[in-house]
Design a protein around this ligand. Sequence first.
Ligand code: FAD
Ligand code: NAI
Length: 467
Amino acid sequence: MECSMAETYDILVIGGGPGGYNCAIRAGQLGLKVGCIETRKTLGGTCLNVGCIPSKALLHATEMLETAEKHFDGMGITTGKIGFDLGKMMAAKEKTVSGLTDGIKYLFKKNKVDHIEGFGKIIDAQTVDVDGKTYKTKNIVIATGSEVATLPGIEIDETRIVSSTGALELKEVPKKLLVIGGGVIGLELGSVWRRLGAEVTVVEYLDHIMPGMDGEVQKQALRIFKKQKMKFELGRKVTGIDNSKKSGLKVQTEASAGGSPKDIDADVVLVCIGRRPFTDNLGLDGVGVATDKRGFIETDHYKTSVPGIFAVGDCTVGPMLAHKAEDEGVAAAEIIAGKAGHVNYDVIPGVVYTAPEIASVGKTEEDLKAAGVPYKKGKFPFSANSRARANHATDGFVKILAHAETDEILGVHMIGAHVGDLIAEVCVAMEFRAASEDIARTCHAHPTITEAVRQAAMDVEGWTMQM
Ligand code: FAD
Ligand code: NAI
């Protein structure tokens, strides 16, 4: 084993995704000697390479396509026949991805982060092996992310039975796409292929989609997706897939509680039933880093059970979101540098980038009821917002939940066009522990869809004014 003793780092980060690269860059900014080990050819992790960015590129392109096909006419815009070139669409997505992954390389150089290419294995709290070369460090930050969860007996081949990675690069539009799991990936990538012409059926184990989201949002979203001609088989599970025929798959399903078997034909099956932490061959057992029973690394302020070893992002407990990983990476670097790194877990927004978008932060009504917290509710529909009407985008609503006595905003749930951007306003308000009245009395520009947030806040005290 080759040993490079000259290189003693302050921090070695394992994984170059949002958790890892933000940690490394922040450490560089703070003057620490830092290296970031990444096994993939490009930096950016799941998010940039096979997650957030390519999926949003396809969601944007296909949303524009559907707008042109279905909504231009109603706005008096005439065009020739609208079509698409899947190859070009995929190439545009790849260009966006490579531009951004190269951008991280540039940020590494700018902030003096060493990019170490290869697979990292922890030997002890001060030593990491990268493909046979040994690196010494004072601290290790594990940011190895997650990988797709699989179903027993169903083998992902990334051509006919795909994970999100395969679904981001199908060579042609499947006639019938069956999606296993009505969560975020199923709805986003299901929307992409539906807009391109696939008949999409979502098989979801539970009797509702998007578990954990606000109940009213779940119901309205389901209604809208059904109107868009996405089919749903709720309360049903996939028990097997017959792929013995050269073309066409037979997907065997039954009711979640058992019984009522039903076969569904598909050309492509997308498996998206969640993700699991990825810590394979990392050497965790050898150094004694504790994990929970689902394999997530246990942490306390990003410190693992082994002094000098930290962990952030998808491989730790909590929502598997890029911005959560990012903030944790920054906080870990700051803590190692002797600063007060901090993440406010009460204010981590979640956005589903379908059309309409779905956005949420803080507690749901179901959470508050279960915890016995007294709350007031304000709600405002986009159909009563002048800008939404001018934009022909009136589906959805904003709902604000505030403490019944203190008026502090406890949760906000929205469905509608651009709500993924609108949620930032309430995140800032919640970070400052604002009352709903603070938003209600803040002047919002007219006519904007942001006024729907203000009107929902006004509705908490029953003085909403727009029609
Ligand atoms: P990752 O991004 O998974 O990065 C970990 C990196 O570590 C990987 O590059 C891996 O190659 C590397 N690695 C692992 N082990 C080793 C090792 N031993 N040595 C060297 N390198 C190693 N989140 C959002 O917030 N918004 C979205 O819109 C969104 N869309 C998504 C769409 C899809 C299809 C998917 C799959 C995910 C999406 N996510 C989204 C989730 C988001 O991608 C993750 O939460 C985020 O990437 C987690 O960051 P991370 O740094 O913890 O891990
Ligand atoms: P998910 O957890 O969002 O949804 C999985 C769904 O599959 C759930 O509804 C679950 O009930 C269902 N399910 C589980 N087992 C099943 C079975 N055997 N049969 C049928 N249904 C079953 O997971 P998903 O969609 O795979 O996404 C993984 C992660 O990626 C999520 O945690 C999410 O945070 C992240 N992500 C975030 C995005 C965003 O922020 N916009 C976009 C895409 C992914």
